[in-house]
Design a protein around this ligand. Sequence first.
Ligand code: 5GP
Length: 175
Amino acid sequence: MKIGDILITPEQIETRVKALAAEISRDYQTVEQPLIFVGMLKGAFIFMADLVRHITVPTQMDFLILSSYGDATKSSGVVRMLYDLQVDIVNRDVILVEDIVDTGLTLHYISRELELRSPKTLKICSLLSKDECRKIDIEPDYVGFSVPDRFVVGYGLDYAQQYRNLPYIGVLEED
Ligand code: 5GP
């Protein structure tokens, strides 16, 4: 495997992440209790770390781990919770932070799961979206970039646990 096209540069990511943080901070200006950011590990860890540093309203953070694709590059559609939240989200404003929405199956599963816990509000912020790949009609409230239907890595996203450290988003290609 090797990295082919670079779709999004570090500078583009930085600019967009700051803009998303400004938009979210504006939307939650009047929150009564700290806004809870829920990061989906492992893919969203870098995005979440950069995003929250530009948020200007009070925040709390927690993380979730769902089962991944394994080493495959296509969704199995089967999702399980491997590590659950430690905070109680009842009657709280929550933003779920995702790395990428592809078919929408993962997002559908996790947003239904979190809604059952009666948050005051639940919104979704995803760094990337493959708009043309949805199998379920679900859209994040905040999206960094739309990307084509290609397997991308970098800035937290992996292939077989590699490439997460790349500072850009690139397309993975066969050698
Ligand atoms: P969905 O359930 O929407 O099909 O897939 C969501 C999850 O699949 C993401 O959180 C991510 O872990 C993984 N995924 C989907 N497309 C890609 C991709 O292009 N690259 C990487 N690294 N992971 C992806």
